[in-house]
Design a protein around this ligand. Structure first.
Ligand code: SF4
Length: 434
Protein backbone atom coordinates (compact mmCIF):
# COMPACT_ATOMS: atom_id res chain seq x y z
CA UNK A 1 0.00 0.00 0.00
CA UNK A 2 1.34 3.43 -0.79
CA UNK A 3 0.90 6.33 1.57
CA UNK A 4 -1.52 8.00 -0.80
CA UNK A 5 -4.04 5.22 -0.41
CA UNK A 6 -4.57 6.04 3.25
CA UNK A 7 -6.07 9.46 2.74
CA UNK A 8 -8.76 9.81 0.18
CA UNK A 9 -10.06 12.92 -1.44
CA UNK A 10 -13.53 14.38 -1.47
CA UNK A 11 -14.14 14.01 -5.19
CA UNK A 12 -15.98 11.28 -6.97
CA UNK A 13 -13.74 8.40 -7.92
CA UNK A 14 -13.21 6.62 -11.17
CA UNK A 15 -11.39 3.35 -11.58
CA UNK A 16 -7.91 3.21 -12.84
CA UNK A 17 -7.21 1.44 -16.07
CA UNK A 18 -3.97 -0.31 -16.81
CA UNK A 19 -1.91 2.80 -17.14
CA UNK A 20 -2.48 5.14 -14.20
CA UNK A 21 -1.90 5.29 -10.51
CA UNK A 22 -3.79 6.96 -7.71
CA UNK A 23 -2.90 10.65 -7.37
CA UNK A 24 -1.13 12.07 -4.34
CA UNK A 25 -3.00 12.32 -1.06
CA UNK A 26 -5.25 15.26 -0.36
CA UNK A 27 -5.28 14.65 3.38
CA UNK A 28 -7.39 17.09 5.27
CA UNK A 29 -9.84 17.82 2.50
CA UNK A 30 -12.60 15.35 3.02
CA UNK A 31 -13.20 15.69 6.73
CA UNK A 32 -14.02 19.35 6.66
CA UNK A 33 -17.79 19.71 6.40
CA UNK A 34 -18.77 20.09 10.02
CA UNK A 35 -22.34 21.17 9.59
CA UNK A 36 -24.78 19.28 11.78
CA UNK A 37 -25.54 19.95 15.41
CA UNK A 38 -24.89 16.28 16.05
CA UNK A 39 -21.25 16.52 14.97
CA UNK A 40 -19.31 15.45 18.05
CA UNK A 41 -15.86 15.65 16.47
CA UNK A 42 -13.49 17.97 18.34
CA UNK A 43 -12.58 21.10 16.46
CA UNK A 44 -8.93 20.09 16.84
CA UNK A 45 -9.44 17.88 13.80
CA UNK A 46 -11.15 20.45 11.64
CA UNK A 47 -9.64 20.88 8.20
CA UNK A 48 -9.59 23.65 5.61
CA UNK A 49 -12.57 24.05 3.24
CA UNK A 50 -12.96 21.62 0.38
CA UNK A 51 -11.33 22.23 -2.94
CA UNK A 52 -13.64 22.13 -5.98
CA UNK A 53 -14.54 18.59 -7.04
CA UNK A 54 -12.48 17.11 -9.83
CA UNK A 55 -12.35 13.63 -11.29
CA UNK A 56 -10.10 11.16 -9.54
CA UNK A 57 -8.86 7.73 -10.40
CA UNK A 58 -9.03 4.64 -8.20
CA UNK A 59 -6.83 1.67 -8.72
CA UNK A 60 -8.50 -1.74 -9.35
CA UNK A 61 -7.06 -5.04 -8.24
CA UNK A 62 -5.76 -7.06 -11.22
CA UNK A 63 -8.38 -9.84 -10.89
CA UNK A 64 -11.25 -7.35 -10.98
CA UNK A 65 -9.71 -5.59 -13.94
CA UNK A 66 -9.39 -8.86 -15.89
CA UNK A 67 -12.92 -9.91 -14.93
CA UNK A 68 -14.39 -6.59 -15.97
CA UNK A 69 -12.62 -6.71 -19.32
CA UNK A 70 -14.27 -10.04 -20.17
CA UNK A 71 -17.74 -9.75 -18.63
CA UNK A 72 -18.47 -6.01 -18.39
CA UNK A 73 -16.45 -4.61 -21.28
CA UNK A 74 -18.87 -1.71 -21.77
CA UNK A 75 -18.73 -0.56 -18.15
CA UNK A 76 -16.95 2.74 -17.76
CA UNK A 77 -14.51 3.48 -14.96
CA UNK A 78 -17.12 5.68 -13.34
CA UNK A 79 -19.75 2.96 -13.49
CA UNK A 80 -17.53 0.29 -11.99
CA UNK A 81 -16.63 2.65 -9.14
CA UNK A 82 -20.26 3.48 -8.44
CA UNK A 83 -21.73 1.28 -5.69
CA UNK A 84 -25.22 1.66 -7.12
CA UNK A 85 -23.97 0.35 -10.47
CA UNK A 86 -22.39 -2.56 -8.60
CA UNK A 87 -25.76 -3.26 -6.95
CA UNK A 88 -27.69 -2.99 -10.19
CA UNK A 89 -25.33 -5.41 -11.88
CA UNK A 90 -25.22 -8.11 -9.22
CA UNK A 91 -24.89 -11.64 -10.54
CA UNK A 92 -28.04 -13.47 -9.50
CA UNK A 93 -29.20 -15.98 -12.09
CA UNK A 94 -28.13 -19.44 -13.10
CA UNK A 95 -27.60 -18.19 -16.65
CA UNK A 96 -25.22 -15.47 -15.50
CA UNK A 97 -23.29 -17.90 -13.30
CA UNK A 98 -23.09 -20.42 -16.14
CA UNK A 99 -21.75 -17.72 -18.40
CA UNK A 100 -19.04 -16.70 -15.94
CA UNK A 101 -18.12 -20.00 -14.28
CA UNK A 102 -17.65 -23.64 -15.17
CA UNK A 103 -20.28 -24.94 -12.78
CA UNK A 104 -19.75 -28.23 -10.98
CA UNK A 105 -22.60 -30.78 -10.92
CA UNK A 106 -23.22 -29.88 -7.24
CA UNK A 107 -23.54 -26.20 -8.08
CA UNK A 108 -25.71 -26.89 -11.14
CA UNK A 109 -28.08 -28.99 -9.11
CA UNK A 110 -28.33 -26.42 -6.33
CA UNK A 111 -29.08 -23.62 -8.78
CA UNK A 112 -31.70 -25.73 -10.53
CA UNK A 113 -33.57 -26.35 -7.25
CA UNK A 114 -32.85 -23.11 -5.56
CA UNK A 115 -36.05 -21.09 -5.69
CA UNK A 116 -37.04 -21.10 -2.01
CA UNK A 117 -33.71 -20.95 -0.22
CA UNK A 118 -31.24 -18.17 0.50
CA UNK A 119 -30.96 -16.24 -2.78
CA UNK A 120 -27.71 -16.09 -4.70
CA UNK A 121 -26.32 -12.63 -5.33
CA UNK A 122 -22.75 -11.48 -5.90
CA UNK A 123 -21.46 -8.03 -6.76
CA UNK A 124 -19.31 -7.72 -9.88
CA UNK A 125 -16.43 -6.64 -7.62
CA UNK A 126 -16.62 -9.80 -5.53
CA UNK A 127 -17.26 -11.98 -8.56
CA UNK A 128 -13.92 -10.74 -9.83
CA UNK A 129 -12.32 -12.60 -6.89
CA UNK A 130 -14.17 -15.88 -7.64
CA UNK A 131 -12.30 -18.61 -9.53
CA UNK A 132 -14.05 -19.40 -12.82
CA UNK A 133 -12.88 -23.01 -12.90
CA UNK A 134 -12.23 -24.23 -9.33
CA UNK A 135 -15.39 -25.02 -7.32
CA UNK A 136 -13.25 -25.59 -4.23
CA UNK A 137 -11.74 -22.11 -4.25
CA UNK A 138 -12.55 -20.59 -0.83
CA UNK A 139 -14.17 -17.38 -2.09
CA UNK A 140 -16.27 -19.35 -4.56
CA UNK A 141 -17.45 -21.80 -1.92
CA UNK A 142 -18.57 -18.94 0.30
CA UNK A 143 -21.01 -17.46 -2.26
CA UNK A 144 -21.98 -20.09 -4.86
CA UNK A 145 -24.76 -22.47 -3.72
CA UNK A 146 -24.15 -26.21 -3.65
CA UNK A 147 -26.52 -29.11 -3.01
CA UNK A 148 -24.99 -29.57 0.44
CA UNK A 149 -26.88 -26.54 1.77
CA UNK A 150 -30.08 -28.53 1.24
CA UNK A 151 -28.96 -31.23 3.67
CA UNK A 152 -30.14 -30.77 7.24
CA UNK A 153 -27.81 -32.25 9.86
CA UNK A 154 -28.70 -33.18 13.47
CA UNK A 155 -28.85 -30.15 15.76
CA UNK A 156 -29.43 -27.67 12.96
CA UNK A 157 -32.32 -25.22 13.03
CA UNK A 158 -33.68 -22.26 11.15
CA UNK A 159 -33.03 -19.92 14.05
CA UNK A 160 -30.46 -21.71 16.24
CA UNK A 161 -29.64 -18.60 18.27
CA UNK A 162 -33.27 -18.14 19.26
CA UNK A 163 -33.38 -14.55 18.03
CA UNK A 164 -37.10 -14.70 17.31
CA UNK A 165 -37.80 -15.42 20.99
CA UNK A 166 -35.75 -12.43 22.08
CA UNK A 167 -37.38 -9.91 19.73
CA UNK A 168 -39.70 -7.55 21.58
CA UNK A 169 -40.20 -5.66 18.29
CA UNK A 170 -39.96 -7.06 14.75
CA UNK A 171 -36.31 -6.77 13.70
CA UNK A 172 -34.94 -5.90 17.16
CA UNK A 173 -33.17 -8.52 19.31
CA UNK A 174 -32.71 -7.80 23.02
CA UNK A 175 -30.54 -10.59 24.39
CA UNK A 176 -28.03 -8.90 26.66
CA UNK A 177 -29.23 -6.42 29.31
CA UNK A 178 -27.37 -3.30 28.15
CA UNK A 179 -27.40 -3.68 24.38
CA UNK A 180 -29.71 -4.45 21.49
CA UNK A 181 -29.35 -5.67 17.93
CA UNK A 182 -31.27 -3.66 15.34
CA UNK A 183 -31.81 -5.46 12.03
CA UNK A 184 -32.07 -2.45 9.76
CA UNK A 185 -32.71 -4.35 6.53
CA UNK A 186 -32.70 -7.92 5.24
CA UNK A 187 -30.87 -6.97 2.06
CA UNK A 188 -27.22 -7.81 1.32
CA UNK A 189 -25.30 -7.08 -1.84
CA UNK A 190 -23.75 -10.56 -1.70
CA UNK A 191 -25.23 -13.51 0.16
CA UNK A 192 -22.89 -15.76 2.16
CA UNK A 193 -23.92 -19.40 1.96
CA UNK A 194 -23.33 -19.87 5.71
CA UNK A 195 -25.33 -16.84 6.87
CA UNK A 196 -26.63 -17.11 10.42
CA UNK A 197 -29.73 -15.18 9.38
CA UNK A 198 -30.40 -17.09 6.19
CA UNK A 199 -33.98 -17.45 7.45
CA UNK A 200 -34.35 -13.70 7.01
CA UNK A 201 -31.88 -12.23 4.57
CA UNK A 202 -33.08 -11.61 1.06
CA UNK A 203 -36.63 -12.62 1.96
CA UNK A 204 -38.14 -9.13 1.87
CA UNK A 205 -39.71 -9.38 5.33
CA UNK A 206 -37.48 -6.83 7.06
CA UNK A 207 -37.77 -3.70 5.02
CA UNK A 208 -36.11 -0.56 6.35
CA UNK A 209 -39.49 1.15 6.57
CA UNK A 210 -39.93 4.21 8.73
CA UNK A 211 -42.81 2.61 10.60
CA UNK A 212 -40.88 -0.55 11.57
CA UNK A 213 -37.75 1.34 12.55
CA UNK A 214 -39.68 3.91 14.57
CA UNK A 215 -41.23 1.07 16.56
CA UNK A 216 -37.68 -0.14 17.29
CA UNK A 217 -36.56 3.35 18.35
CA UNK A 218 -39.61 3.62 20.63
CA UNK A 219 -38.64 0.35 22.33
CA UNK A 220 -35.04 1.51 22.79
CA UNK A 221 -36.23 4.86 24.15
CA UNK A 222 -38.12 3.22 27.01
CA UNK A 223 -35.40 0.60 27.68
CA UNK A 224 -33.17 2.92 29.67
CA UNK A 225 -30.71 0.16 30.57
CA UNK A 226 -29.67 -0.09 26.92
CA UNK A 227 -26.47 1.84 26.28
CA UNK A 228 -25.26 0.17 23.07
CA UNK A 229 -27.06 -0.45 19.76
CA UNK A 230 -25.62 -2.76 17.11
CA UNK A 231 -27.10 -1.99 13.68
CA UNK A 232 -26.91 -5.03 11.48
CA UNK A 233 -29.14 -6.94 9.08
CA UNK A 234 -28.78 -7.87 6.23
CA UNK A 235 -26.19 -5.24 5.57
CA UNK A 236 -26.98 -1.73 6.82
CA UNK A 237 -24.38 -0.16 4.55
CA UNK A 238 -26.52 -1.07 1.55
CA UNK A 239 -28.94 1.66 2.69
CA UNK A 240 -28.65 5.14 1.27
CA UNK A 241 -26.67 7.79 3.11
CA UNK A 242 -29.95 9.57 3.88
CA UNK A 243 -31.63 6.52 5.40
CA UNK A 244 -28.54 5.64 7.39
CA UNK A 245 -28.23 9.16 8.71
CA UNK A 246 -31.86 9.13 9.77
CA UNK A 247 -31.27 5.90 11.71
CA UNK A 248 -28.06 7.17 13.31
CA UNK A 249 -29.46 10.55 14.25
CA UNK A 250 -32.61 8.94 15.71
CA UNK A 251 -30.47 6.70 17.91
CA UNK A 252 -28.13 9.54 18.87
CA UNK A 253 -31.14 11.53 20.04
CA UNK A 254 -31.82 8.88 22.72
CA UNK A 255 -29.97 10.12 25.80
CA UNK A 256 -28.98 6.72 27.27
CA UNK A 257 -27.39 5.42 24.05
CA UNK A 258 -23.66 5.70 24.61
CA UNK A 259 -22.26 3.84 21.63
CA UNK A 260 -23.53 2.74 18.25
CA UNK A 261 -22.00 -0.18 16.36
CA UNK A 262 -22.57 -1.36 12.82
CA UNK A 263 -22.02 -4.84 11.42
CA UNK A 264 -21.23 -5.02 7.70
CA UNK A 265 -19.51 -7.03 4.99
CA UNK A 266 -19.55 -4.11 2.57
CA UNK A 267 -15.81 -3.33 2.66
CA UNK A 268 -15.15 -6.88 1.43
CA UNK A 269 -17.96 -7.33 -1.10
CA UNK A 270 -18.87 -3.78 -2.14
CA UNK A 271 -15.93 -1.55 -1.21
CA UNK A 272 -17.11 1.12 -3.67
CA UNK A 273 -19.87 1.89 -1.13
CA UNK A 274 -17.33 3.51 1.19
CA UNK A 275 -17.22 7.00 -0.19
CA UNK A 276 -15.83 10.19 1.31
CA UNK A 277 -19.42 11.43 1.62
CA UNK A 278 -20.41 8.36 3.63
CA UNK A 279 -17.33 8.60 5.84
CA UNK A 280 -18.00 12.26 6.50
CA UNK A 281 -21.60 11.53 7.47
CA UNK A 282 -20.69 8.60 9.74
CA UNK A 283 -18.11 10.55 11.70
CA UNK A 284 -20.82 12.89 12.96
CA UNK A 285 -22.23 10.10 15.11
CA UNK A 286 -19.24 9.11 17.19
CA UNK A 287 -18.67 7.07 19.24
CA UNK A 288 -19.42 4.77 16.32
CA UNK A 289 -17.71 1.40 15.96
CA UNK A 290 -17.79 -1.10 13.12
CA UNK A 291 -17.53 -4.87 12.94
CA UNK A 292 -16.40 -5.89 9.49
CA UNK A 293 -17.11 -9.38 8.25
CA UNK A 294 -14.16 -11.07 6.50
CA UNK A 295 -13.78 -14.67 5.42
CA UNK A 296 -10.52 -15.15 3.57
CA UNK A 297 -7.25 -13.29 2.91
CA UNK A 298 -8.12 -13.04 -0.80
CA UNK A 299 -10.69 -10.42 0.20
CA UNK A 300 -7.95 -8.04 1.31
CA UNK A 301 -7.50 -6.48 -2.11
CA UNK A 302 -6.65 -2.92 -2.96
CA UNK A 303 -10.23 -1.63 -3.04
CA UNK A 304 -11.01 -3.14 0.37
CA UNK A 305 -7.86 -1.69 1.86
CA UNK A 306 -8.87 1.71 0.56
CA UNK A 307 -12.37 1.34 2.06
CA UNK A 308 -11.04 0.31 5.48
CA UNK A 309 -8.52 3.12 5.49
CA UNK A 310 -11.24 5.62 4.72
CA UNK A 311 -13.37 4.37 7.61
CA UNK A 312 -10.38 4.35 9.95
CA UNK A 313 -9.47 7.87 8.86
CA UNK A 314 -13.01 8.87 9.81
CA UNK A 315 -12.13 7.83 13.37
CA UNK A 316 -14.22 4.65 13.37
CA UNK A 317 -12.62 1.82 15.37
CA UNK A 318 -12.75 -1.26 13.14
CA UNK A 319 -12.99 -4.85 14.38
CA UNK A 320 -13.39 -8.01 12.33
CA UNK A 321 -15.68 -11.01 12.53
CA UNK A 322 -14.82 -14.24 10.75
CA UNK A 323 -16.80 -17.46 10.64
CA UNK A 324 -14.63 -20.57 10.84
CA UNK A 325 -15.48 -22.54 7.69
CA UNK A 326 -14.35 -25.98 6.59
CA UNK A 327 -12.26 -25.92 3.44
CA UNK A 328 -12.33 -22.11 3.36
CA UNK A 329 -10.30 -20.80 6.28
CA UNK A 330 -9.93 -23.73 8.68
CA UNK A 331 -6.17 -23.83 8.89
CA UNK A 332 -3.68 -21.72 10.79
CA UNK A 333 -1.83 -20.51 7.68
CA UNK A 334 -4.94 -19.09 6.03
CA UNK A 335 -6.27 -17.62 9.26
CA UNK A 336 -2.93 -16.03 10.12
CA UNK A 337 -2.70 -14.55 6.64
CA UNK A 338 -6.21 -13.10 7.01
CA UNK A 339 -5.45 -11.65 10.46
CA UNK A 340 -2.24 -10.10 9.17
CA UNK A 341 -4.13 -8.64 6.20
CA UNK A 342 -6.69 -7.15 8.58
CA UNK A 343 -4.23 -5.47 10.94
CA UNK A 344 -2.45 -3.99 7.92
CA UNK A 345 -5.80 -2.43 6.95
CA UNK A 346 -6.18 -1.12 10.53
CA UNK A 347 -8.90 -3.65 11.34
CA UNK A 348 -8.45 -5.31 14.73
CA UNK A 349 -9.31 -9.04 14.57
CA UNK A 350 -12.16 -9.35 17.04
CA UNK A 351 -14.03 -12.65 16.76
CA UNK A 352 -13.66 -16.00 15.05
CA UNK A 353 -17.08 -17.64 15.25
CA UNK A 354 -17.76 -21.32 15.32
CA UNK A 355 -20.21 -21.80 12.44
CA UNK A 356 -23.75 -21.63 13.84
CA UNK A 357 -25.87 -24.75 13.31
CA UNK A 358 -28.26 -23.21 10.82
CA UNK A 359 -30.05 -25.53 8.44
CA UNK A 360 -27.79 -26.78 5.66
CA UNK A 361 -24.49 -25.63 7.16
CA UNK A 362 -22.99 -29.01 8.04
CA UNK A 363 -20.57 -28.95 5.11
CA UNK A 364 -19.09 -25.72 6.46
CA UNK A 365 -18.78 -26.70 10.11
CA UNK A 366 -15.51 -27.83 11.69
CA UNK A 367 -15.01 -29.56 15.03
CA UNK A 368 -14.59 -27.06 17.88
CA UNK A 369 -11.07 -28.49 18.38
CA UNK A 370 -10.11 -26.92 15.03
CA UNK A 371 -10.88 -23.42 16.31
CA UNK A 372 -8.88 -24.06 19.50
CA UNK A 373 -5.98 -25.35 17.40
CA UNK A 374 -6.02 -22.18 15.27
CA UNK A 375 -6.00 -19.89 18.31
CA UNK A 376 -3.11 -21.90 19.74
CA UNK A 377 -1.25 -21.42 16.46
CA UNK A 378 -1.80 -17.66 16.63
CA UNK A 379 -1.35 -16.81 20.32
CA UNK A 380 2.29 -15.96 20.93
CA UNK A 381 3.21 -16.78 17.35
CA UNK A 382 2.16 -13.40 16.04
CA UNK A 383 1.26 -9.89 17.15
CA UNK A 384 -1.23 -9.95 20.02
CA UNK A 385 -3.47 -7.49 18.15
CA UNK A 386 -3.77 -10.09 15.38
CA UNK A 387 -5.24 -12.73 17.71
CA UNK A 388 -9.05 -12.68 17.89
CA UNK A 389 -11.28 -14.43 20.41
CA UNK A 390 -12.78 -17.71 19.28
CA UNK A 391 -16.43 -17.91 20.35
CA UNK A 392 -19.43 -20.16 20.12
CA UNK A 393 -22.78 -18.39 19.99
CA UNK A 394 -24.71 -20.67 22.31
CA UNK A 395 -27.73 -22.31 20.66
CA UNK A 396 -31.01 -21.17 22.16
CA UNK A 397 -29.87 -17.63 22.87
CA UNK A 398 -27.15 -18.13 25.48
CA UNK A 399 -24.89 -15.53 23.88
CA UNK A 400 -21.25 -15.69 22.85
CA UNK A 401 -19.05 -17.95 24.91
CA UNK A 402 -15.26 -17.79 24.43
CA UNK A 403 -13.46 -21.06 23.84
CA UNK A 404 -9.77 -20.87 24.65
CA UNK A 405 -6.79 -23.20 24.60
CA UNK A 406 -5.87 -23.92 28.21
CA UNK A 407 -2.53 -22.29 28.98
CA UNK A 408 -2.83 -23.01 32.72
CA UNK A 409 -1.86 -26.67 32.92
CA UNK A 410 -1.75 -27.35 36.67
CA UNK A 411 -0.94 -26.28 40.19
CA UNK A 412 1.82 -27.36 42.56
CA UNK A 413 1.35 -25.98 46.05
CA UNK A 414 1.51 -22.22 45.76
CA UNK A 415 2.63 -22.28 42.12
CA UNK A 416 0.54 -22.58 39.02
CA UNK A 417 2.01 -24.19 35.93
CA UNK A 418 1.71 -22.25 32.70
CA UNK A 419 2.51 -23.38 29.19
CA UNK A 420 3.88 -20.83 26.74
CA UNK A 421 3.38 -20.68 22.98
CA UNK A 422 6.39 -22.98 22.42
CA UNK A 423 4.92 -25.64 24.70
CA UNK A 424 7.44 -24.94 27.48
CA UNK A 425 6.26 -25.03 31.10
CA UNK A 426 6.76 -22.26 33.64
CA UNK A 427 5.88 -21.91 37.31
CA UNK A 428 4.25 -18.74 38.58
CA UNK A 429 3.94 -18.00 42.33
CA UNK A 430 0.25 -17.70 42.99
CA UNK A 431 -0.11 -17.48 46.74
CA UNK A 432 -3.61 -17.67 48.02
CA UNK A 433 -3.96 -15.08 50.77
CA UNK A 434 -6.86 -15.02 53.15
S1 SF4 B 1 -23.24 -10.26 4.71
FE1 SF4 B 1 -23.84 -10.98 6.75
S2 SF4 B 1 -26.06 -10.83 6.78
FE2 SF4 B 1 -25.43 -10.73 4.61
S3 SF4 B 1 -25.50 -12.84 3.88
FE3 SF4 B 1 -23.40 -12.48 4.58
S4 SF4 B 1 -23.40 -13.19 6.73
FE4 SF4 B 1 -25.56 -12.90 6.12
Amino acid sequence: MNAASQHLPEESFVCLGDQEDEPPSTIGKFFSNKTAATDFTPSLFDAPPLAPARPRVMRMNPKARAFRKVFFPAATDQEWSDWQWQLRNRIRTREQLRHMLTLSPDEEQALAQHSELLPASITPHYMGLVSSHDPEQPIRRSVIPTVYEMVKCPGEAEDPLGEEHQSPVHGLVHRYPDRVLLLATDFCSTYCRYCTRSRLVGQGDLSPSRERLEAAFAYIRQATQVRDVLISGGDPLTLSDEKLEWILSSLRAIPHIEIIRMGTKVPAVLPQRITPQLARMLRKYHPLWMSLHFTHPDECCYETERACNMLADAGIPLGSQTVLLKGINDNATTMKSLMHGLVKMRVRPYYIYQCDPINGSGHFRTPVAKGVEIIRALRGHTTGYAVPTYVIDAPGGGGKIPVMPDFVTGREGNDITLQNYEGKSYQYPDYITE
